[in-house]
Every structure is written in C-alpha cells, then in structure tokens.
Write a protein that binds this ligand. Structure first.
Ligand SMILES: Cc1cc2nc3c(=O)[nH]c(=O)nc-3n(C[C@H](O)[C@H](O)[C@H](O)COP(=O)(O)OP(=O)(O)OC[C@H]3O[C@@H](n4cnc5c(N)ncnc54)[C@H](O)[C@@H]3O)c2cc1C
Length: 641
C-alpha cells in the first residue's frame, strides 16, 4: 500500500507490451466455459442446430405488454419533443430533452423494477433504441452507452446487493453513466492499460487519463477500468470501479468532436488521486476485462439496434425518392443499377432485424449462450448498415451529399442522408472494431480445435503435453470429421417444412459443414501460424455471419407467415449465398500473402514515391498524445442539466 503523491506517467511495464502478452491478456479475459448451448458455436463446428432457434422464441406476455406501453409513450415523446435537426445543428442534446427522457424512464429501461427501472426485455430495449435513434442517433448512442456499457449493466451482472441498492435507483431516475476503458495508448489492446488504482486504507487512489468516454461530460457515475498493482493481499490486475464523477480529482478536460454523432457528449477525463472506496470494486480485483467483455455481450445488441433503425430509415427514404425521381423517362428505381441497391437495402434490413430480434429473444429466455451471436450481429449490422447508407447517398445523387439544412433552405425535404453516413461510421469502430469482432468470433470458431489440439501446435508445449493432445485430438477428430461429410442439407426433401425457403436452409446446413471442413484443413495446414491468418479467419467469420442472418430470416419468415417477409427472406438468402460463395472461393484464392508482404514494404517506405505530387504532411504534435500523471491544468468542462 502507498499514499505517495507522485506517480509515473503510465507504467512502463504496461506500455511495452509485446504481441504475445497482448494475446495473453485478451485470452485471460475470455469466458472459457460454455454452460449453455450456442447456435453460433455449433454452426462453426459444422452443425446446424435449428432446434436452438426454431421455434422462434416467444417473449413473456407480461413483459411484452409493459414494453409495448413504454414504446408507445417513447414514440409520442420523440415525435413531439425531439428535434434531431436541431441537435445536429447545435451539437447538443437540449437539457429539457435529457430531463424529459429521464422522467419517461428511458434511463432505466434495462434496470429492474425493484430498483426503480422499467425492467424491459432486451427485445423491447433494443426496439426503444431503434425508435429513439431514428429521431436522433446521438440520443440513441447516449442511452445505449449509459445502459449497455455504463454502470447499470455490469451491476446487473456482478453487482453486490448494496451496490445495486445504492446506484441503480439514481440511474433509473435519470442520472447518466459512462464506461471508461479507452486511453490514448489503449484502444483494441487492453494489455497496454496504464491507469492505476493503488491500494490505500479503505480503498484505492485512482490515477490516469481516459479518452473518448461517451456521456463522459454529462455522467455522474462512471465505470472505470484501472490496473491494481499486485501486492500483499492484492491479486491485482485490471479492475472495474464505480466512480462518482464529482469526486475530488476527477476533471473532464475536453469534450471531443467527431465526424458524426455531433450531439454525443464524449470526454477526455483525468483522474488524479481520486479516492475510490473498496466497496466500489465491481466483482473482484483482476476481473475488469472479463466484466467488460461480458457486459458487451448484450451491449453489442444495442449497437445493432441503431443499425436496424438506420436500415429502416434508408429504406423509407430510398423507396419514396426512387419512385418520385424521374430520369431518362422512368422513376430511377426502375433502372437496374438503382433497383439492385433498393433490393439490397430492403433484404438486408429484414435480415438484420431478424438477427437482432432473434439474438434479443435468445438473450431474454436465457437458455442459450449468445456471445458468438452478439459478436456476429455487431459485425454484420455495422458493416451492412454502412453499405446501405452509402447506397442511399448514391440513390439520392447530388442530394445525398447535400446537408438537410441546405436542402430545406432550397425548399426541398430536409433528408439527412449525408448525416446518416457520418453517424453510422463509428459503429464499425467502437465497442469492438470490425477486426476485433472478427478476431473474437474467430477465436471461438477455432476453440474446439484449440481445446483438443492446441498443445500440438503450441511451440512452447512440452513433448508429454503434445502426446496427450495427440491422443485427445485423434479421438475428437475420429468422431467429428465423419459428421462433416453428410447431412440433412443433401437430402432433396430436407427441411421441407420451410416450404419455398427449404433450399436455403439446406444450403445453410451444407455451408456450415463446408465451413468447418475448411477451418479444419486450414488448422492442419498452418497449425500455430493460423492465428496470424486474419484474411482466412475473417472470411470464415463473415461466412458465419451470413449463415446466421440467413437462418434467422428463414425461421422468422416461416414463423410469421407474412408473404412479404417470406419474399424478403428468400431474396436475402439468394443475395447472401452469392456473397458466401465468393467468400468460400476467396478462402484459398486471394492475395493475402502478397498483401502482407506489400504492407511490410509500405511500412518500410519502399513505395513512398507514390505519395509524390501532394503537399507533405507537416502536422505538428504527436500521433498518440503522452499523458503525464498529476493534477489537471485545464478547466473542467463537464455539463450539468
Ligand atoms: C465516438 C467514440 C465513442 C467512444 N466511446 C467509448 C466509450 O464510451 N468508452 C470507451 O472506453 N471507449 C470508447 N471509444 C473508444 C473505442 O472503443 C475505440 O476507438 C476502439 O476500441 C478502437 O480503438 P482505437 O481507436 O484506439 O484503435 P486501435 O486499437 O489503435 O486500432 C486501429 C486499427 O487497427 C485495427 N486493429 C487493432 N488491433 C488489431 C488486431 N489485433 N488485428 C487486426 N486489426 C487490429 C483496429 O480494428 C483499427 O482498425 C469511443 C470512440 C469513439 C471514436
């Protein structure tokens, strides 16, 4: 224990992290056990376990009624009170809107009723975010960061009864919370985390600088990740703390501004010897990253909810505009190139919503482990929503590039297509970038192989461990490989109860087995080097995402029986199959090795001459700002409402 005043600017031991250590930290934060069945895990093992998602789970009627009542109120409030254009113009969500949402209970949607919240299901929570995000994406992001990654979610999962009693009622009543993991030098790689929590009498001194905390300028309660040094009586490690934002030593140094989400209240926050009592540790010391990852499982669903909302909005604009706008003698929606974009937006939005609803329902009925599905939908929804918004901008032509205000000033509808593109872009980066999602899902996809054969390919494993692993692998593969050869997808009448969609379900079954076979061949070929084959692995994950989207669409369409839904599910599956086939081909026919070699040469400056002809970069400052421990030297810019 120490009470010293002086602290180094980041701990050199943590800022010099090599690749292996980074992997170890990520690996140790991984939930290794599978206590519940997982559709996604089975899919990557080549098994289409439709029984896990079919019949389509039904929500609890009492919870559904409560959700419907709240959604109606939220819709009325959003229509009457939220002016998305004004939020965009002012880069600020008005105080009265924040208070109004608080009174409505929107800050407690996911908090249990016994703590003053609404206790909504994941499904209704996501529907609320889709709805409110269509009025203002910045409000969607605020509510989602508050509840999906802020204090309510980790407390729900791991909080003590005292912590829940103390904090949840405040949050349900409208206090805002934020989640602070990122630092200037810590993005995708938490092993570099350098904020420290030094044990002192009755608690910890918290020191560090946290970057890009959504809601950080508004929040009164924070979840902060900091590293506890190991010492006597302290296991140490990255730990999650609940911190009162107005504690002495907390300074909100900046509000950051971005490409999109202009209304976002996002901070750079400094902690200087902030006292945090022991009872504010969430879980145990060293559990911080595990908590962050578990929190994000359902957190990722809310990000997809905003993408679903974006898809619906793009479809609505594209449908009306492409019917109205006439060029070359016909409405532009009749030209094949535009028609293809319309068809993509319609089918993909249907699939995305199917995936989201299914993942929420699976999370709500608590029978399945949805960590893979949550990763797949975050990845799929953020990537596809971006493509849809880009298509919308193209369909709108010059008007797609013009701001809503400028359009309105000319007497046209203020359709903010350029804004949705800007607002959506961050979804591919935060809460686990696309690459991090692909890494995470890929790790789970090859987990079965690593758990039986990992020691064979581990260069550091002793001979005896390799031999034992060899025997284990022989048993596993002896039983598993034959199951990949044949399946129901090959039977002409297989999955006949899906009617016109049956060929697609058969395709999913065949593709899942093929995917698993390809993964096995790749493991056998590359062994320990497999983890570096991101081109290959990420395509495997992308195929998995398409197959999950197809399965969700087919089961939903058949369950609902709506002819329009059946058509869209069929269309989506046909489009997805074209993409899946291209991905399968690219597994083995690609320029991955060449690209890696070329990239190394780019980094070495070999191709610098290509940059000639433009002004040189002479931007002053660091690429990554260094932070110094100590008191803040700037004015606190937090906002109170
Ligand atoms: C608007 C906004 C809001 C945010 N809100 C929050 C918040 O509320 N709380 C919070 O803690 N953080 C927040 N963040 C931070 C966000 O989560 C990070 O930006 C994100 O984790 C990526 O980290 P980074 O930007 O440092 O990128 P880096 O980690 O530096 O990554 C740069 C690029 O390299 C890729 N990359 C990195 N590692 C690998 C790898 N092993 N394999 C392949 N590719 C790799 C990344 O995918 C990315 O494309 C926010 C950021 C923004 C911009």
């Amino acid at each position: 224990m120490t009470t010293t005043d002086e602290r180094p600017a980041g701990d050199p031991a943590t800022t010099n992290v090599d690749e292996r250590q980074a992997r170890q930290v990520a690996e140790s934060a991984r939930e290794t056990s599978w206590r519940k069945p997982s559709f996604g895990k089975e899919l990557f093992l080549g098994r289409l376990r439709l029984d896990l998602i079919d019949p389509w789970p039904t929500p609890d009627p009492e919870a559904a009624a409560r959700g419907a009542e709240f959604l109606a109120k939220l819709r009325a409030y959003a229509e009457a009170e939220i002016d998305g254009g004004q939020i965009e113009r002012d880069a600020r969500i008005p105080d009265e809107v924040l208070r109004g949402l608080g009174e409505l209970g929107a800050f407690g949607m996911k908090i249990e009723q016994e703590y003053g919240g609404l206790g909504l299901s994941n499904l209704d929570y996501c529907r609320a975010l889709t709805l409110v995000g269509s009025a203002s994406p910045a409000i969607g992001a605020l509510l989602s960061a508050h509840q999906s990654i802020g204090v309510p979610q980790p407390l729900k999962l791991l909080g003590t009864p005292e912590q829940k009693k103390r904090y949840l009622p405040r949050l349900a009543a409208g206090e805002v919370s934020a989640f602070l993991l990122t630092e200037p030098d810590v993005g995708s790689d938490p092993a570099r985390l350098s904020s420290t929590a030094t044990p002192v009498q009755g608690g910890y001194w918290l020191d560090g600088v946290k970057l890009w905390a959504t809601n950080g300028t508004l929040a009164t309660l924070l979840v902060v990740m900091a590293r506890v040094p190991a010492s006597e009586g302290h296991k140490g490690g990255i730990t999650a703390f609940i911190v009162e934002a107005d504690s002495p030593g907390v300074t909100v140094e900046r509000r950051n501004a971005f490409l999109g989400l202009r209304g976002l209240e996002n901070s750079l926050t400094r902690f200087h010897q902030v006292f945090v009592p022991t009872e504010n540790v969430i879980g145990r010391e060293g559990q911080g990253l595990k908590i962050a990852l578990t929190t994000l499982n359902t957190g990722r669903l809310s990000l997809a909810a905003s993408c679903v909302g974006a898809g619906k909005w793009c479809l609505s604009v594209a449908r009306q505009w492409a019917a109205e706008r006439v060029q070359w003698g016909v409405p532009i929606g009749r030209h094949e190139a535009v028609a293809k974009r319309l068809a993509f937006i319609a089918a993909t939005t249907y699939a995305m919503e199917s995936m989201l609803d299914l993942s929420c329902l699976l999370a709500d009925d608590n029978r399945n482990d949805i960590r893979i599905e949550a990763g797949l939908i975050k990845l799929f929804a953020s990537e596809k929503a971006w493509l849809m918004a880009d298509d919308l901008v193209q369909i709108r032509g010059g008007r797609g590039f013009e701001t809503a205000e400028s359009l309105r000033a000319r007497g046209e509808k203020g359709i903010a297509a350029e804004q949705i593109l800007r607002d959506l872009r961050i979804n591919r980066i935060f809460e686990g970038s696309t690459e991090v999602m692909q890494l995470m899902v890929a790790r789970e996809a090859v987990d079965a192989h690593l758990s039986v054969a990992g020691d064979i390919i581990d260069p550091e494993a002793a001979f005896s461990r390799k031999a034992r692993a060899g025997a284990r692998a022989g048993l596993f593969y002896g039983r598993w490989l034959p199951t990949l050869a044949v399946g129901k997808g090959q039977l002409p009448g297989g999955y006949g109860d899906f009617g016109a969609l049956a060929p697609h379900v058969r395709y999913i079954e065949r593709a899942a087995r093929k995917l698993s076979r390809e993964t096995f061949y790749a493991m056998a070929r590359w062994r320990g080097k497999m983890e570096r084959k991101q081109g290959f692995l990420f395509r495997v994950v992308d195929i998995g995402a398409e197959l999950y989207a197809m399965a969700a669409s087919c089961v939903r369409a058949r369950t609902e029986g709506d002819p329009a839904g059946l058509e869209l599910a069929d269309l989506f599956c046909r489009q997805a199959r074209v993409r899946v086939e291209a991905l399968f081909t690219a597994l083995w026919q690609n320029t991955d090795t060449l690209d890696v070699r070329a990239a190394r040469r780019v980094l070495e400056g070999r191709y610098e001459s290509v940059e000639e002809g433009i002004l040189p970069l002479d931007e002053p400052g660091e690429w990554v700002a260094k932070w110094q421990a100590g008191q803040s030297t700037v004015e606190d810019v937090r906002r109170r409402f």
